[in-house]
Write a protein of this length. Structure first.
Length: 255
Protein backbone atom coordinates (compact mmCIF):
# COMPACT_ATOMS: atom_id res chain seq x y z
CA UNK A 1 0.00 0.00 0.00
CA UNK A 2 1.41 3.41 -0.96
CA UNK A 3 1.90 6.10 1.69
CA UNK A 4 -0.88 8.17 0.11
CA UNK A 5 -3.30 5.26 0.17
CA UNK A 6 -2.29 4.24 3.69
CA UNK A 7 -2.96 7.78 4.95
CA UNK A 8 -6.36 7.87 3.26
CA UNK A 9 -7.26 4.47 4.70
CA UNK A 10 -6.43 5.39 8.28
CA UNK A 11 -8.02 8.85 7.99
CA UNK A 12 -11.26 7.22 6.87
CA UNK A 13 -11.12 4.65 9.68
CA UNK A 14 -10.32 7.33 12.26
CA UNK A 15 -13.21 9.50 11.08
CA UNK A 16 -15.68 6.63 11.45
CA UNK A 17 -14.34 5.81 14.92
CA UNK A 18 -14.54 9.44 16.08
CA UNK A 19 -18.02 10.10 14.69
CA UNK A 20 -19.36 6.72 15.79
CA UNK A 21 -20.96 6.25 12.40
CA UNK A 22 -21.98 2.80 11.23
CA UNK A 23 -22.51 3.48 7.53
CA UNK A 24 -25.21 1.76 5.51
CA UNK A 25 -24.45 1.80 1.80
CA UNK A 26 -27.60 1.72 -0.32
CA UNK A 27 -27.03 0.61 -3.91
CA UNK A 28 -30.05 1.87 -5.81
CA UNK A 29 -30.40 1.19 -9.49
CA UNK A 30 -32.40 -0.08 -12.41
CA UNK A 31 -32.50 -3.80 -13.11
CA UNK A 32 -29.71 -5.65 -14.97
CA UNK A 33 -26.99 -3.03 -14.56
CA UNK A 34 -24.56 -5.01 -12.39
CA UNK A 35 -25.84 -4.02 -8.94
CA UNK A 36 -25.52 -7.57 -7.55
CA UNK A 37 -21.86 -7.65 -8.56
CA UNK A 38 -21.26 -4.20 -7.04
CA UNK A 39 -23.00 -5.19 -3.79
CA UNK A 40 -20.77 -8.26 -3.45
CA UNK A 41 -17.65 -6.23 -4.23
CA UNK A 42 -18.44 -3.60 -1.59
CA UNK A 43 -19.53 -6.15 1.00
CA UNK A 44 -16.12 -7.84 0.87
CA UNK A 45 -14.17 -4.60 0.47
CA UNK A 46 -15.70 -2.92 3.54
CA UNK A 47 -16.51 -6.14 5.41
CA UNK A 48 -20.14 -5.06 5.67
CA UNK A 49 -22.87 -7.72 5.55
CA UNK A 50 -25.40 -7.82 2.72
CA UNK A 51 -28.62 -6.81 4.44
CA UNK A 52 -31.79 -8.87 4.22
CA UNK A 53 -34.34 -6.12 4.81
CA UNK A 54 -37.83 -7.41 5.54
CA UNK A 55 -40.73 -6.07 3.45
CA UNK A 56 -43.85 -5.00 5.37
CA UNK A 57 -46.14 -7.92 6.19
CA UNK A 58 -48.73 -6.77 3.65
CA UNK A 59 -46.20 -6.18 0.82
CA UNK A 60 -46.39 -8.15 -2.41
CA UNK A 61 -42.91 -7.13 -3.55
CA UNK A 62 -39.51 -8.78 -3.36
CA UNK A 63 -37.11 -7.22 -0.82
CA UNK A 64 -35.12 -5.49 -3.59
CA UNK A 65 -38.33 -3.86 -4.86
CA UNK A 66 -39.68 -2.79 -1.47
CA UNK A 67 -40.09 1.02 -1.34
CA UNK A 68 -37.31 2.56 0.73
CA UNK A 69 -39.88 4.59 2.67
CA UNK A 70 -41.16 1.28 4.09
CA UNK A 71 -37.65 0.44 5.36
CA UNK A 72 -36.77 3.72 7.09
CA UNK A 73 -37.66 2.44 10.56
CA UNK A 74 -35.42 -0.61 10.03
CA UNK A 75 -32.54 1.67 9.05
CA UNK A 76 -33.15 3.73 12.20
CA UNK A 77 -33.04 0.64 14.40
CA UNK A 78 -29.87 -0.82 12.88
CA UNK A 79 -26.82 -0.65 15.11
CA UNK A 80 -24.26 -1.88 12.59
CA UNK A 81 -23.13 -1.26 9.05
CA UNK A 82 -24.34 -3.02 5.94
CA UNK A 83 -25.00 -3.03 2.20
CA UNK A 84 -28.58 -2.81 0.94
CA UNK A 85 -29.29 -3.39 -2.75
CA UNK A 86 -32.57 -2.02 -4.09
CA UNK A 87 -34.45 -1.53 -7.35
CA UNK A 88 -37.01 0.70 -5.65
CA UNK A 89 -37.06 4.44 -6.32
CA UNK A 90 -34.98 6.80 -4.15
CA UNK A 91 -36.35 8.25 -0.93
CA UNK A 92 -38.33 11.43 -1.48
CA UNK A 93 -36.27 12.86 1.37
CA UNK A 94 -33.67 11.38 3.70
CA UNK A 95 -34.54 11.83 7.42
CA UNK A 96 -32.07 14.19 9.08
CA UNK A 97 -30.93 11.63 11.64
CA UNK A 98 -30.06 9.15 8.88
CA UNK A 99 -28.21 11.53 6.58
CA UNK A 100 -24.76 10.92 8.08
CA UNK A 101 -25.19 7.13 7.94
CA UNK A 102 -26.94 6.39 4.66
CA UNK A 103 -24.60 6.55 1.70
CA UNK A 104 -26.14 6.17 -1.75
CA UNK A 105 -24.50 4.60 -4.79
CA UNK A 106 -25.94 3.88 -8.20
CA UNK A 107 -24.48 1.93 -11.08
CA UNK A 108 -25.16 2.65 -14.75
CA UNK A 109 -24.45 0.60 -17.85
CA UNK A 110 -24.66 0.81 -21.63
CA UNK A 111 -28.44 0.69 -22.26
CA UNK A 112 -27.93 -1.75 -25.12
CA UNK A 113 -26.33 -4.27 -22.78
CA UNK A 114 -29.09 -3.65 -20.23
CA UNK A 115 -31.69 -4.50 -22.87
CA UNK A 116 -29.99 -7.73 -23.94
CA UNK A 117 -29.49 -8.83 -20.34
CA UNK A 118 -33.11 -8.00 -19.47
CA UNK A 119 -34.36 -9.87 -22.53
CA UNK A 120 -32.72 -13.06 -21.28
CA UNK A 121 -33.60 -12.48 -17.62
CA UNK A 122 -37.31 -11.71 -18.10
CA UNK A 123 -37.68 -14.79 -20.29
CA UNK A 124 -36.27 -17.04 -17.53
CA UNK A 125 -37.81 -15.40 -14.47
CA UNK A 126 -41.00 -16.89 -13.04
CA UNK A 127 -44.03 -14.68 -13.83
CA UNK A 128 -44.88 -14.59 -10.11
CA UNK A 129 -41.52 -12.86 -9.56
CA UNK A 130 -41.90 -10.42 -12.46
CA UNK A 131 -41.00 -12.54 -15.48
CA UNK A 132 -42.84 -11.85 -18.73
CA UNK A 133 -44.10 -15.37 -19.29
CA UNK A 134 -43.95 -18.16 -21.87
CA UNK A 135 -45.20 -16.08 -24.79
CA UNK A 136 -42.37 -13.58 -24.29
CA UNK A 137 -39.83 -16.37 -23.78
CA UNK A 138 -40.85 -17.95 -27.10
CA UNK A 139 -39.83 -14.82 -29.02
CA UNK A 140 -36.41 -14.49 -30.63
CA UNK A 141 -33.81 -12.51 -28.68
CA UNK A 142 -34.21 -9.60 -31.11
CA UNK A 143 -37.98 -9.59 -30.69
CA UNK A 144 -37.61 -9.65 -26.91
CA UNK A 145 -35.21 -6.70 -26.99
CA UNK A 146 -37.61 -4.73 -29.19
CA UNK A 147 -40.46 -5.49 -26.78
CA UNK A 148 -38.45 -4.14 -23.84
CA UNK A 149 -37.45 -1.04 -25.82
CA UNK A 150 -41.17 -0.36 -26.19
CA UNK A 151 -42.27 -1.39 -22.69
CA UNK A 152 -39.12 -0.63 -20.67
CA UNK A 153 -40.20 2.50 -18.80
CA UNK A 154 -39.64 0.60 -15.54
CA UNK A 155 -35.93 0.51 -16.42
CA UNK A 156 -35.66 4.05 -17.77
CA UNK A 157 -37.53 5.61 -14.84
CA UNK A 158 -35.18 4.00 -12.31
CA UNK A 159 -32.08 4.92 -14.29
CA UNK A 160 -33.21 8.55 -14.39
CA UNK A 161 -34.37 8.69 -10.77
CA UNK A 162 -31.17 7.29 -9.26
CA UNK A 163 -28.80 9.13 -11.60
CA UNK A 164 -30.42 12.44 -10.63
CA UNK A 165 -30.86 11.67 -6.92
CA UNK A 166 -29.18 14.31 -4.75
CA UNK A 167 -26.07 13.01 -3.02
CA UNK A 168 -25.76 9.76 -4.97
CA UNK A 169 -22.36 8.55 -6.17
CA UNK A 170 -22.38 7.13 -9.68
CA UNK A 171 -20.18 4.32 -10.97
CA UNK A 172 -20.17 2.70 -14.41
CA UNK A 173 -20.35 -1.03 -15.04
CA UNK A 174 -17.84 -0.65 -17.86
CA UNK A 175 -15.31 1.04 -15.55
CA UNK A 176 -15.63 -1.78 -13.03
CA UNK A 177 -15.23 -4.33 -15.79
CA UNK A 178 -12.14 -2.82 -17.41
CA UNK A 179 -10.24 -1.32 -14.45
CA UNK A 180 -11.93 -2.38 -11.24
CA UNK A 181 -9.28 -1.42 -8.65
CA UNK A 182 -9.07 2.30 -9.52
CA UNK A 183 -12.88 2.38 -9.80
CA UNK A 184 -13.25 0.96 -6.28
CA UNK A 185 -10.61 3.31 -4.89
CA UNK A 186 -12.37 6.30 -6.46
CA UNK A 187 -15.77 5.23 -5.13
CA UNK A 188 -14.37 4.61 -1.63
CA UNK A 189 -12.86 8.10 -1.61
CA UNK A 190 -16.19 9.64 -2.52
CA UNK A 191 -18.00 7.61 0.15
CA UNK A 192 -15.36 8.42 2.77
CA UNK A 193 -14.90 4.71 3.51
CA UNK A 194 -11.61 2.87 4.12
CA UNK A 195 -9.94 1.37 1.05
CA UNK A 196 -6.88 -0.82 0.73
CA UNK A 197 -5.50 -2.65 -2.29
CA UNK A 198 -5.28 -5.88 -0.30
CA UNK A 199 -8.97 -5.82 0.57
CA UNK A 200 -9.88 -4.71 -2.92
CA UNK A 201 -7.97 -7.64 -4.44
CA UNK A 202 -9.80 -9.99 -2.09
CA UNK A 203 -13.14 -8.43 -3.03
CA UNK A 204 -12.45 -8.65 -6.77
CA UNK A 205 -11.51 -12.31 -6.43
CA UNK A 206 -14.51 -13.19 -4.24
CA UNK A 207 -16.97 -11.42 -6.55
CA UNK A 208 -15.45 -12.55 -9.84
CA UNK A 209 -17.73 -13.98 -12.51
CA UNK A 210 -15.95 -17.32 -12.18
CA UNK A 211 -16.51 -17.48 -8.40
CA UNK A 212 -20.15 -16.35 -8.58
CA UNK A 213 -21.19 -18.46 -11.58
CA UNK A 214 -18.73 -21.35 -11.66
CA UNK A 215 -17.92 -20.50 -15.30
CA UNK A 216 -15.33 -18.51 -17.18
CA UNK A 217 -16.27 -15.01 -18.38
CA UNK A 218 -17.92 -15.31 -21.78
CA UNK A 219 -19.09 -18.88 -21.14
CA UNK A 220 -22.84 -18.41 -21.34
CA UNK A 221 -25.64 -20.07 -19.39
CA UNK A 222 -29.12 -18.93 -20.43
CA UNK A 223 -30.67 -20.18 -17.18
CA UNK A 224 -28.20 -18.45 -14.85
CA UNK A 225 -28.66 -15.06 -13.16
CA UNK A 226 -24.98 -14.52 -14.04
CA UNK A 227 -25.32 -15.21 -17.76
CA UNK A 228 -21.97 -14.48 -19.43
CA UNK A 229 -20.11 -11.66 -17.64
CA UNK A 230 -18.96 -9.66 -20.66
CA UNK A 231 -19.22 -6.05 -21.81
CA UNK A 232 -20.58 -5.29 -25.28
CA UNK A 233 -22.79 -8.37 -25.62
CA UNK A 234 -25.30 -6.14 -27.45
CA UNK A 235 -23.11 -6.29 -30.58
CA UNK A 236 -24.15 -9.90 -31.15
CA UNK A 237 -27.85 -8.95 -31.08
CA UNK A 238 -28.39 -5.44 -32.44
CA UNK A 239 -28.49 -4.77 -36.17
CA UNK A 240 -28.67 -1.32 -37.77
CA UNK A 241 -32.46 -1.30 -37.84
CA UNK A 242 -32.63 -2.05 -34.12
CA UNK A 243 -30.13 0.72 -33.38
CA UNK A 244 -32.30 3.17 -35.32
CA UNK A 245 -35.42 2.04 -33.45
CA UNK A 246 -33.57 2.44 -30.15
CA UNK A 247 -32.46 5.97 -31.02
CA UNK A 248 -36.03 7.08 -31.76
CA UNK A 249 -37.90 5.16 -29.04
CA UNK A 250 -39.22 6.89 -25.93
CA UNK A 251 -38.25 10.30 -27.32
CA UNK A 252 -34.60 9.28 -27.33
CA UNK A 253 -34.46 8.27 -23.66
CA UNK A 254 -32.63 5.02 -24.40
CA UNK A 255 -29.84 6.98 -26.02
Amino acid sequence: MSNRLRQRYYRARQRLLITGENPVVIIGSAHKVGSTWLANLLSTLYQYPLLAMKPPADANSLPVDTPLEDLVDQFRQMSGSGIHKTHAFPLSSVPNELQPRLKFVTIVRDPRDILVSAAHYLAQLEPALGGWGAEFAALSIKQRVLAIIERGDFILDRLDAWYNFHGVFVCRYEDLSTDVMPALEDLSGKLGLPYSNKRAERAVNAASFQKMSGRESGEESQASFFRNGIVGDWKSVFDQEMLEILAEAKSGRWS
